[in-house]
Design a protein around this ligand. Sequence first.
Ligand code: MG
Length: 250
Amino acid sequence: MKKIIVFILIASSFFSFAQENAKKMKPSETELWQPKVPVVVPGKNNTAPSDAIILFDGTNLDQWVNAKDETPANWHLNADGSMTVKDKAGDIKTKQKFGNVQLHIEWKSPEEVQGKSQSRANSGVLLQSRYEIQVLDNNNNDTYVNGQVASVYKQSIPLVNASVSTGDWNTYDIIFHQPEFDENGHVIKKATITVLHNGVLVQDHFTIQGTTSFIGYPEYEKHGKASLKLQDHRDNSRVSYRNIWVRELE
Ligand code: MG
């Protein structure tokens, strides 16, 4: 008991000494002036910020290829500046490969409702072609909650369902940090993901457990930078996308 009292007395006198010392400091002693912060011009009227890489601005699919054979992407390019999954065309992916990113992407389900559960406007945003954020029309459409809209598919239930009405445009703003591996292929730092759905936090720095898996549990496999992939769920889920950009994060 004596030892504890002595420790408390020493600790409290050290704390008050540090406080007294801090009071003698000038405000300028805790100001940092270097390094200078880069300037980014933010987007206006739903355009990308000045340092973003534009992956789709509605004019062409030049940044995209079919995921399977890397031939030019052949999803529908629409007059309104969007693209739509073409039936049975397969997934598409970016030509460019990415590591850590901030991603902005907008999507909408068809106005005409078709199918139910996982077959209603199912698509997906796959970071590094592996880690899927689910795209699904969940309005009056029950499904398993770890596979619903804005889930990290089969890994993390979204905090809320922030969907707009069926047929209206949704936004995802995603911050993703890629996993790190040692030379033996073992994961030494797992990937993390934060997702805002229509500006609402739905995934809060979730630690991804491995490659998205439809059957069984997720596991990591060693990889480097990789393409962003968009899913064709192959059930005539005609989901549309527009205004896709990334900012690479160091
Ligand atoms: Mg999906």
